[in-house]
Ligand binder design. Structure first.
Ligand code: MF3
Ligand code: CO
Length: 254
């Protein structure tokens, strides 16, 4: 497993700026997620706004990736590549995932958006992913075991009859996008390392309508459900505090 790095106040302050800025930009982009816009245009907007706000779009250049964001539509679970050919239409479920660094410290965030009216299944998937993330965050405190996070996500998602993707997981985050620990979205309560004050974690349930199995497209990135079922993904970066967790990728008061 990659190294777990406990952050000091200076590091957390930078990650808070990165997270808050991403949260603001996610809010800005919401009104642009409309029929007729391409995922390329959404990415372009996000990248330009990040640069204006002093955030480095660190996905760009990571493992040869060429864009600031990953935009995944409908049966694409994660890592969709922005494209001029992917034009949004009414009923689409769009997930935007982005990592931004402020003075070298990263925050990682994903949110789902509805294009006009979506199906009840989309609504239920989106709500369930958000509920699972919120429940996991509310469990976090020093001494809590890592897989208590995993377990709480699994409980909520499987209770709704949805699948949990096994091939990707949440992760520690800091100067690197991916640090230790790896945080699966399923697991046994009471297991894993104890959480400590100053750990910074990206928690990201990835859930599916039917089978949890995914397939990577020939582009090497796009991860789709094998059966064409819909998928949801939502992600926040948090820091473990003395009393619980502070979510760095939400605007204060949210
Ligand atoms: N949230 C994504 C993840 O944790 C970010 C990947 S960055 C990329 O997998 F560079 F790989 F695109
Ligand atoms: Co992530």
């Amino acid at each position: 497993m990659e190294k777990i790095i406990i952050k000091n106040k200076m590091a957390i302050d930078k990650m808070r700026v990165a997270g808050n800025t991403l949260a603001r930009l996610m809010h800005e982009i919401e009104s642009m997620v409309q029929p007729g816009i391409s995922t390329y245009e959404l990415d372009d907007f996000f990248e330009k706004r990040m640069l204006q706000e002093g955030l480095m779009p660190v996905c760009k250049g990571y493992a040869g990736y060429k864009h600031a964001t990953l935009i995944s539509v409908n049966d694409v679970v994660v890592h969709g590549i922005p494209s001029k050919e992917i034009i949004l239409k009414s009923g689409d479920f769009v997930k935007i995932d982005v990592v931004g660094a402020y003075k070298s410290y990263c925050a990682d965030m994903a949110r789902g958006f509805f294009v006009d009216e979506v199906s009840d299944t989309v609504k239920r998937l989106a709500t369930t992913a958000q509920r699972a993330l919120d429940a996991a965050i509310s469990k976090i405190a020093p001494g809590v075991k890592l897989f208590d996070i995993s377990y709480s996500i699994q409980q909520i998602v499987e209770h709704e009859g949805f699948g949990i993707v096994r091939d990707f997981a949440g992760h520690g985050i800091g100067k690197a996008i991916h640090e230790g620990p790896t945080i699966p979205n399923y697991g046994q309560a009471g297991r894993g390392i104890p959480l400590q004050v100053g750990m910074t974690l990206a928690i990201e349930p990835m859930i599916t309508e039917k089978s949890y199995k995914i397939r990577i497209m020939p582009d090497g990135w796009t991860a789709k459900t094998i059966d064409g079922g819909l998928a949801a993904h939502v992600e926040d970066t948090i820091v473990v505090t003395a009393t619980g967790a502070e979510v760095l990728t939400r605007l204060s008061g949210q």
